[in-house]
Every structure is written in structure tokens, then in C-alpha cells.
Design a protein around this ligand. Structure first.
Ligand SMILES: Cc1ncc(COP(=O)(O)O)c(C=O)c1O
Length: 391
């Protein structure tokens, strides 16, 4: 059967391949430790769930405005202003069905066939495939592990081509946990403005920063605002992955284009989720603080344990809930690449991780610590045994 070329340009997310193999083993009754999932292991906070239940009881179950109800957009721009010092107006905001939908629609609204999109590595898998889907050339800009996987304005300045339309910046980063220095982020956005390129700031993990560091948004920089597009998500911040609420903050023309697209595709985000989202952003924020405190403990534990394993190095993740250790020493011990490492680790020690090749690097694996201390302890012991077995 002949299928559309635009779909043949993309592939099924590699992050899922190891996950599927892990599920098969589990179905056979095997005790698999799963470090794959990129989602909080916490339930959605009670006050948010109750707001969703209330919405159903009050029959708030019909179509809403395509870009989300005014009350939610107002709550989002006000929270962004409070937390980051940004100044967005309602016509500069729209609500989507999760951050991924926001990003997909931004690419669709801004990119033309043959445009270049700069994506620093390691990158969240969907950026590259969405770029290909909309006909862009993804230009991968390799950040260095020795610099903590951080993009610099100087690197970017050398990479921008006359055809570059968009630079993707995801800080804190999935998969590396890298967090850009605020001033460097501003310099990056300044380079973009000078060269007439937009920055797409993916703020999915904006609230998960460690060591007391304050969240930052490039949206706070009024002078650069014309060249900034923010993609936000409530998924991780409020453990709401299944509710599917994300948002865009950008120039009204971009918001209007995304709105047009949504009006002919998904229509509005789920009405019930919108009411829950209002409670999430306007209600008490202690659940976010509690989750951060728990991730912080786990991060310390994972980092210490990984670094104690002979043959493994791990850069310190400043944010998100991932560690991105370098396992390349195993390449001298019979392991071909990170996919081979992940498959053998799963088949022999029953630990699922995501191979770095899925994120555009060749020497790493991603470990999600959005799982219990007990699982972390068990899985890290098994990784230590696996490394020892290679010697
Ligand atoms: C970097 C990054 N951006 C965006 C998303 C999208 O999340 P959602 O569509 O659930 O809001 C994810 C989810 O894993 C992510 O890791």
C-alpha cells in the first residue's frame, strides 16, 4: 500500500522499543526494573483531581473555544508572569493537548519545506521527527559532555545558516538533565534575534531544578520577545501526563496560525482537563515542591551510585528527572553500541533503560529516576553487576 511520504520520513519513537521488550518480559512474570518512563510516578494531586470531577458533575463536558477557555489562558499567563516575570497578553496564549501537541503545531505553523531547524544534542526524540514531518532539515548541534551538554551562544552563532528558521532549546533537558546558565540562554536568544531566527523554548521541566536554583524562562526578556516561542506543559509539573494540557506563549500571529490548525484538527483541549488545569496553576503549589524534594533525593542517590560503578561516568543533571551516564568503556568489552548495551542489560539483568542513540548521542544511556528508591536501588545494583560481568 502506498503511504504518504511525510509519514515515511519519521520513525516510531526508539524510546518505546526497549519499553516494549520490557513489557514482554514482565508478561512472562519476570521482575523487570524499568528506568525507561519519562513520566512522574506520583498520582495527580487530589485538589486537581477534584476539580476534574467537579467539571464532570457540573456538566462542563462540551466543546470549548479551540484555544482553551479564557479563564485557563488568564491563569496560565498570570502564573508565567508571577513565576518568571514575563508579560504575555491573552492573544499571545493558547492551550493545546499537551506539550507535544504544542510543539507539533508550532513547527507546523512556522516551518516551510527545506527550512533548517537547529536541534542541540542530546535531544528529546520528537523534535527531530516533528522537524522531518513538516519538511525541515534538522541540523544537530553537538554539545559536549565535558561542558555538561550545554549549548553556548558561540556554538549556535557558527551553526546558523541562511535557511535556519528555528532553534530548539530545552532546558532543563530531556535526556541529559542539563540546565542552561540564564545569561547564556539570553545570549543565545540575542544571537537568534540578530540573525532573524526564532527560539522555541520547551519549558516542560521548568520547575524541576535542583540545589535551590530558581526556575528561569527566556520569556522574561521583553526585548527578545518577538523571537521567542514558549511551549509549556502541565504534564510533569503536576503529574498530569494523562490529562493532556500544554500551552503556547508567542506573538499573536503565531498563536493565530496554531489556532487555525487546531480548529481543523483537534479542536479544543478536553474541557474537563481544562478545569483541572485551572486548579493546578492557581491552587496550592505544595505538591510541586514535594515532588521536587523527592526527585532531589533520588537524583543524589542515583548520581552517587552510578559514579561508584567502575567504567561509568555521569555528568551532573541540574534539572528534570533523568541521569545520562556515559557507558562507552563497555565498547572495549564486547558491547557494540548503546542499543546493544540496553538490549543485553535488559536480557541478562532485567533492567530497562533508553539507549542514547535515540537522543542523538553514541555513548550514553538514559535513566529515569521517576521511580521509587527501592526500584532505583535494585536496578542500580543490577547495572553494577552487569558492568562487572563484562570484565
Ligand atoms: C522535553 C519534552 N518536551 C515535551 C514533552 C511533552 O510532554 P506532554 O506532551 O505530555 O506535555 C516531553 C515529554 O516527555 C518532553 O520530555
Amino acid at each position: 500500500m502506498k503511504l504518504a511520504k511525510r509519514v515515511s520520513r519519521i520513525s516510531v519513537s526508539q524510546t518505546m522499543a526497549v519499553g516494549e521488550a520490557a513489557v514482554k518480559l514482565r508478561d512472562q512474570g519476570i521482575d523487570v526494573v524499568d528506568f525507561g518512563p519519562g513520566e512522574p510516578d506520583f498520582p495527580t494531586p487530589e485538589n486537581i483531581k477534584q476539580a476534574g470531577i467537579r467539571a464532570i458533575r457540573e456538566d462542563f463536558t462540551r466543546y470549548t473555544a479551540t484555544g482553551g477557555i479564557k479563564e485557563l489562558k488568564k491563569a496560565i499567563v498570570e502564573k508565567h508572569a508571577r513565576d518568571f516575570g514575563s508579560k504575555y497578553e491573552l492573544p499571545e496564549c493558547l492551550v493545546n493537548i499537551g506539550g507535544k501537541h504544542a510543539i507539533f503545531n508550532i513547527f507546523s505553523a512556522v516551518i516551510d519545506d527545506g527550512d533548517d531547524v537547529i536541534i542541540p544534542t542530546p535531544y528529546w526524540v520528537s523534535f527531530a521527527d516533528i522537524a522531518r514531518f513538516v519538511g525541515a532539515n534538522p541540523l544537530f548541534l553537538h554539545t559536549k559532555e565535558s561542558d555538561g551538554f550545554r549549548l553556548t551562544a558561540e556554538m549556535l552563532s557558527r551553526a546558523i545558516t541562511p535557511r535556519t528558521r528555528l532553534v530548539v532549546v530545552n532546558s532543563p533537558n530531556n535526556p541529559s538533565g542539563a540546565v542552561l546558565d540564564d545569561q547564556e540562554f539570553i545570549r543565545i536568544a540575542e544571537v537568534c534575534r540578530e540573525r532573524g531566527v526564532h527560539v522555541l523554548a520547551d519549558e516542560c521541566y521548568a520547575y524541576f531544578l535542583y540545589d535551590g536554583r530558581k526556575p528561569f524562562s527566556i520569556g522574561s526578556q521583553q526585548a527578545l520577545k518577538s523571537h521567542i516561542i514558549i511551549a509549556g506543559s502541565l504534564s510533569k509539573t503536576y503529574a498530569m501526563t494523562g490529562w493532556r494540557i500544554g500551552f503556547v506563549l508567542a506573538a499573536p500571529e503565531i498563536v493565530q496560525s496554531v489556532l487555525k490548525l487546531q480548529s481543523h484538527s483537534t479542536s479544543n483541549p478536553v474541557s474537563i482537563s481544562q478545569k483541572a488545569a485551572i486548579e493546578a496553576v492557581t491552587g496550592p503549589q505544595d505538591s510541586v515542591r514535594n515532588m521536587l524534594a523527592e526527585y532531589s533525593k533520588r537524583r543524589k542517590f542515583v548520581l552517587e551510585r552510578l559514579r561508584a560503578i567502575p567504567g561509568i561516568q555521569c555528568a551532573e543533571p541540574g534539572g528534570a528527572f533523568y541521569a545520562y551516564p556515559n557507558i562507552s568503556s563497555s565498547f572495549n568489552l564486547g558491547i557494540r553500541d548503546t542499543m546493544d548495551f540496553s538490549v543485553k542489560l535488559l536480557e541478562t539483568k532485567y533492567v530497562a533503560v533508553v539507549p542514547g542513540e535515540a537522543f542523538g548521542t553514541t555513548e550514553h544511556i538514559r535513566i529515569s529516576y521517576a521511580t521509587s528508591m527501592e526500584q532505583l536501588d535494585k536496578g542500580l545494583n543490577r547495572i553494577r553487576e552487569f558492568m562487572a560481568s563484562l570484565r
